[in-house]
Structure formats: C-alpha cells, structure tokens
Design a protein around this ligand. Structure first.
Ligand code: ZN
Length: 47
C-alpha cells in the first residue's frame, strides 16, 4: 500500500497572451507552442 498524501502533478490550462491558444501542461511552458508568445496560468490551484 502507498500513502496518497501528496496531490500528483495536475495539468493546468495555460493561455497565450498573443493568440489565445490554450494548452494543458503540468508546468508553465513559458512560451506558446504556436506563436512563442507569453503564457499565463488560467487557474492557479489553491493549496
Ligand atoms: Zn500563442
């Protein structure tokens, strides 16, 4: 058996400032995969 105290990494939606493209990733991609624009987290998990 394993303890499941820690929440596993969840994918969060990141939205591109430039083109509005949304990607689901575990970590901030930094750049938009489509246009290399700046990404922002659309919803930050509360822990
Ligand atoms: Zn983009």
């Amino acid at each position: 058996m394993r303890d499941v105290d820690q929440t596993p990494a969840e994918e969060s939606p990141y939205e591109c400032f430039e083109c509005g493209s949304v990607v689901l990733v575990e970590n901030n991609p930094g750049q938009c995969p489509d246009c290399a624009g700046e990404m922002r987290n659309r919803h930050t998990p509360i822990e």
